[in-house]
Design a protein around this ligand. Structure first.
Ligand SMILES: [Zn+2]
Length: 90
């Protein structure tokens, strides 16, 4: 078993970038950056898009005053007590 700690490595699960974008959303365990959230209609100008058809599936809207990087780190800290992303390979 190998445990890989990728430290504070943050990328969007849609575009594999987006750490510097603002806001973003969480759909289950999928973290989506601000750019993709806008593109897919999850948010509109940084605020939750009430017209989005599947908005019930969005678990969390990240703070739009913070970067996606900061938001994901904060979320990890809240959920797992660490900012590191931990991947376990069996
Ligand atoms: Zn993205």
């Amino acid at each position: 078993m190998t445990v890989i700690r990728t430290e504070n490595f943050v990328v969007c699960d849609f575009c594999n970038e987006g750490a510097d974008s603002y806001g973003g959303v969480l759909v289950g365990s999928t973290a989506i950056c601000g750019n993709c959230s806008e593109k897919n209609g999850f948010t509109s100008e940084g605020i939750p898009n009430q017209a989005y058809e599947f908005k019930d599936e969005i678990s969390k809207y990240f703070d739009n005053d913070k970067t996606f990087q900061e938001n994901v780190e904060e979320y990890r800290l809240e959920q797992y007590g660490t900012k590191d992303a931990v991947t376990i390979i069996y």
